[in-house]
Design a binder for this molecule. Structure first.
Ligand SMILES: Cc1cc2nc3c(=O)[nH]c(=O)nc-3n(C[C@H](O)[C@H](O)[C@H](O)COP(=O)(O)O)c2cc1C
Ligand code: SF4
Ligand code: SF4
Length: 252
């Protein structure tokens, strides 16, 4: 049996939750990074356990993550679903992830919805997952492992969400390079969507950009920025509706 962490985590919050869950299983975990421009996908088998993690974007699985999950071949491996969101809501994300994974041949035995810092408005859920989250998520993982060992978990865990899913919109907030850019190319290399020109990193293809904020978080010069007016509007809207701490949830 191998334990995999299959993860789409542009700014690290989703990966942080995945690693906390993964610690429940001893030994090294195989990392499958779905944000890479060139994917190396393992062949899974039915003894394997895969923690499959995505962030929620507007209550859906990010379109690029969905495209890459469709390339996986589950071969009846166990999947533990993990959706990470920025303290607003995750709406249909878990249900969509479950459908994607079942179509890819996984047994969806359990699911987690967890909160991490909002990757656009960093003041929302700042510092999460925190120590209280860590404890709760570790407890979830423990329950899941015991349930698996005792053969108590089904193949199609029941999760919240609606189908048809809520409409997905192209990202309205896309970072652009400012004049501090020294053309080091780091953002272009690490953009999951390949939206930034390698030849001239000040050029971004807005049709490819998914607004994931990876480029903004990796730029050593803080040269990539969002439209200030749009960001202020989003910050005001989200701060009003995300003031109350949302709790993590586990579905078995
Ligand atoms: C384009 C975009 C859309 C988002 N939509 C939502 C959302 O609908 N609900 C929510 O609570 N958080 C939302 N977030 C916040 C992320 O789900 C959250 O910060 C997550 O931890 C980001 O994962 P990462 O750190 O692995 O990139 C959104 C973030 C981005 C970039
Ligand atoms: S990482 Fe920053 S400095 Fe480097 S090319 Fe991108 S925007 Fe320019
Ligand atoms: S250009 Fe868009 S898709 Fe690429 S890293 Fe930046 S925000 Fe993400």
């Amino acid at each position: 049996m191998k334990v995999y962490e299959v993860c789409f985590s542009p700014t690290g919050g989703t990966a942080a939750v995945s690693h906390i869950l993964g610690r429940e299983w001893d030994g090294p975990k195989e990392q499958v990074d779905l944000t890479r421009q060139t994917l190396e996908l393992p062949v899974f088998c039915q003894e394997d356990v895969c923690i499959v993690s995505v962030p929620s974007y507007a209550g859906r699985v990010p379109s690029l993550a969905a495209k890459r999950i469709r390339l996986l071949e589950g071969n009846n491996a166990v999947a533990i679903l993990n959706v990470v969101y920025g303290n607003r809501e995750y709406e249909d994300t878990l249900l969509e992830l479950k459908h994607l994974l079942r179509e890819a041949g996984f047994r969806c035995v359990a699911a987690v919805a967890a909160v991490a810092e909002h990757s656009i408005v960093r003041t929302i859920a700042a510092g999460r997952p925190d120590s209280a989250d860590e404890k709760e998520l570790s407890d979830f993982a423990h329950q899941i492992r015991l349930g698996l060992e005792k053969g108590e978990l089904g193949d199609a865990v029941s999760v919240p969400g609606n189908y048809p899913y809520r409409a997905s919109h192209p990202s309205a907030l896309q970072p652009v390079a400012g004049e501090d850019c020294i053309r080091c190319g780091l953002c272009a290399k690490s953009c999951p969507a390949g939206a930034i020109s390698q030849a001239d990193p000040t050029q971004t293809d807005s049709a490819l950009c998914i607004g994931c904020m990876r480029c903004l978080s990796v730029c050593p010069r803080h040269a990539r920025r969002l439209d200030e007016e749009k960001l202020a509007g989003l910050t005001a809207r989200l701060s009003a509706i995300c003031a109350v701490r949302k709790e993590n949830a586990c579905f078995l």
